[in-house]
Design a protein around this ligand. Structure first.
Ligand code: ADP
Ligand code: MG
Length: 356
């Protein structure tokens, strides 16, 4: 199946409206979006476009996310990744405004693709009895280091290995079983809080949304739900364990680092290390995507090994993986050049074909 590039255009923020930013992005219907500004005039095509008026539910239902959840239950490796510049709505699309305040839960209407998918998985699990086992792992890639966001204590780097049977995998990665929405949402929050660097002794609870945004614009966060299903057998049939068919699917949510850092050059010290590793992984991802877009016969080797991100996503990008990409943009004239670069990047993904 092909990945489904979907576009989400967030509304203008209060600040943007107040300072009188022009809206330069317009949805034309039928998956077409038009960008018009002084020296630019271009139309881009997507599987689906969600504009400022689209609800979180509309994005879940219209992007193919529900089908992705069902494919994961059927044993496929499924990935949804949110891509775009900082402030374009990636985290909002995936999680809703959840991370803004720990004490005030978001209204159900604002829940993101993640919570909606969890609900869908748990409903399926309940209707199938105990035949569906769900567990989650949560990683981030920061400065080309993989960190486990579910393990307590200061984040430490975990090795990323490869084996013939498993492909790329993270050694000693924690995976936690869950059976309720509260449980998985609290794992999610725990991971979000864990991702922010804390000066010794500081209070986790007081971490601001600002600190969170600052950090998330420099790291990739990957939450993976492992879905193990056992086929149902009549109770009088005794099967050997090995003969009992079990499927293992995955559903991975990737909140990518802000794409605007791709162009950052000339910064010094810590910032340039961060910018370089984000550069490297987003460019490697773009490179793999454009190679996968070539006709099968003309395809050369796909350089998944070029970054940690592409190694971790190798299974979902190639092979029998199914990928949903949500490109996020701001409609503001001030974001024009970043918006165009996101649209170009996403339109390459449109052409990728992988084996079913
Ligand atoms: P990113 O994760 O790409 O940096 P965020 O998801 O944090 O961006 O969004 C930036 C700001 O815009 C946040 O204040 C968020 O609440 C708001 N926002 C993003 N998308 C929407 C939307 N579709 N509707 C309303 N507000 C949004
Ligand atoms: Mg974010």
């Amino acid at each position: 199946p092909r990945p489904h590039p979907t576009l989400r255009v967030r509304p203008l923020t209060c600040t943007e409206t107040r300072r009188g930013d022009q809206q330069v992005v317009h949805s034309l219907g039928d998956g077409a979006v038009h960008v018009s500004a002084a020296r630019h005039d271009a139309t881009f095509g997507f599987s689906a476009v969600f504009d400022a008026g689209a609800s979180q539910e509309a994005v879940f239902e219209g992007s193919g996310m529900r089908q992705l959840v069902e494919l994961a239950i059927d044993g496929f490796s499924c990935t949804v990744f949110a891509f775009g510049q900082t402030g374009s709505g990636k985290t909002y699309t995936l999680m809703g405004p959840l991370a803004q305040s720990e004490t005030q839960p978001a209204s159900p209407a604002l829940l993101g693709l993640m919570q909606r998918s969890f609900t869908c998985l748990l409903e399926q699990s309940r209707s199938r009895g105990s035949d569906l086992a769900l567990s989650a792992s949560y990683l981030e890639i920061y400065n080309e280091q993989v960190r486990d966001l579910l393990s307590p204590g200061p984040p430490c780097a975990l090795p990323l290995r490869w084996s013939k049977t498993r492909g790329f995998y993270v050694e000693n990665q924690l995976s936690v079983e869950f059976e309720s929405l509260e449980a998985i949402v609290s794992l999610l929050l725990q991971g979000v809080m864990q991702s922010i660097p804390h000066p010794a002794g500081s209070q986790r609870r007081r971490t601001s949304a600002h600190a969170l945004n600052r950090h998330s614009s420099r790291s990739h966060a990957l939450l993976t739900v492992h879905v193990r299903s056992r086929a149902h057998h009549p109770p009088n049939v005794v099967l050997q364990a090995s003969a009992c068919p079990s499927k293992q699917g995955t559903l991975c949510f990737v909140d990518l680092a802000g794409s605007e850092r791709v162009k950052e050059t000339g910064s010094s010290g810590e910032l340039s290390v961060e910018a370089n590793s984000i550069n490297r992984s987003l460019l490697a991802l773009g490179h793999c995507i454009s190679l996968l877009a070539k006709p099968r016969g003309k395809r050369t080797h796909i350089p998944y090994r070029d970054s940690k991100l592409t190694r971790l996503l190798a299974r979902s990008l190639g092979g029998s993986g199914i990928t949903l990409m949500v490109a996020c943009i701001s409609p503001s004239s001030r974001c024009l050049s970043e918006t165009l670069s996101t649209l170009h990047y996403a339109s390459r993904a449109r052409k990728v074909t992988t084996r079913p």
